[in-house]
Ligand binder design. Sequence first.
Ligand code: MV4
Length: 508
Amino acid sequence: MEMKNIKKVLIANRGEIAVRIMRSCREMGIHTVAVFSDADRTALHVRYAGEAYHIGAAPSAESYLNIEKIIEVAKLSKSEAIHPGYGFLSENATFSRRCREEGIIFIGPSPEAIEGMGDKITARKTMIAAGVPVVPGTTEKVSTEDEALNIIAEIGLPVMIKASAGGGGKGMRLVKKESDIVSSLRAARSEAKSAFGDDSIYIEKYIESPHHIEFQVLADRFGNTVHLFERECSVQRRHQKVVEETPSPVMTPEVRKIMGDYAVAAAKAVNYEGAGTIEFIMDDNLNFYFLEMNTRLQVEHPITERVVGVDLVKEQIRIADGRALPFRQEDLHQTGHAIECRIYAEDTDNNFMPNPGTITHITEPHGLGIRCDGYVYPGYTIPIYYDPMISKLIVWDKSRQEAISRMKRALYEYKITGVKTSIKFLERIMDAVEFREGRYNTHFIENNLKYLLSDTECDMYCEDLALIATYIEHKEKIEKIEQTISPATVRHGSDWKHYGRRYGSLRL
Ligand code: MV4
């Protein structure tokens, strides 16, 4: 692929996303530069890159968040561009601006677009002006308690009090009772002040039991903006996504078209360039509202890549290099169904406590329709300093039901020892009736926690049943054999272990 300027990219990140980005660079003939902390000397992204530079101590504040150090390495290594991945500096307007000042291409949006969407009150105003539906609520920041009470009287309880500088669920307060309004307001304000250094707050009507549906967008600098359809991200726990899928099982072609057009309008409203995500919440009647925009590549981007057939990282790099999008909206279609499971090193039975440590053994799933984006290897120690995600397992098949079956098969094949993982928990999600029928919202995990956490009665029953059945079969075989052939054959007669495993793992 012919490039204009970008011949070498510094990846200002670690873990699976650093490896993911380098893979696309390699296919494009672009050299890669890794940066690493003390905790990541032996990490895969360091081994994979063409060059690697140490940038500081293990805590991210001293390494992956050190803007000046990373810029220094970009210059030293003669990298023309920096890809920030997700998390860390990916939505940091100062970083985007410092890159611009230093003549380094930031593979992401302008500082103005990051700031415009980072401030949620500003984003709401911009969306209202662009005609994009937002949740009913305030259009300006709420300064006084009287103001808040008047607004709440108008829109009615329950409401969400949100920090303008927040996002992703940080600095939110749900208010159900009139007597809680003033105290929640004060708590939200002081929390926002200490967390973000900005106590601006706004109020929205609370949408009960919503779906989280987001639209992927891509925009080049020539005014071409397209969407790559939706991702259903309602399977989440404490604002941490667990399973994502596309298409959304609740979406209709009509609503998809309307929401897609709004997603494009939202991106255009901030002169967006690059890859971004427009996040909506949707109620059971398919009413939807803009919530926020994520101005980065997202963790769950691979399901869109699989169903739409676009390498989002390559497009990000091409856009940042000043090239036009190679497709128009009418060229893009969804084919089949993709699901992603996030595999975490965590103890699901112990309040999902992170469980970093040394991987002793790992067998990843393979075969038709499977993608496993990871970064660990046998003997690797998952550091305590960062997010404990081990990998993302993405499957594709023609239909949703087939994709679920394939995910179950892939999770069955996935073996990790040394750390506790969320694999069993994910298997139970795939078995849950509400999930299988596509009838779930953002409360799915909390509503089904008991079933999802422990070995269910059904599991126990089936395993017991399998044991009893194989025992009976074993006895019958022995009896038969004793009647007919010599006793020496008996010991080969029954494969109880095989039967037990088969019935147990299929949970019939
Ligand atoms: C809401 C809401 C209900 N009503 N706003 C959570 C993350 C942040 N992006 C906004 N969030 C929500 N805002 C109103 N007016 C419910 C949530 C919400 C949520 C949204 C998306 C995905 C998961 C969620 C889990 C709990 C609450």
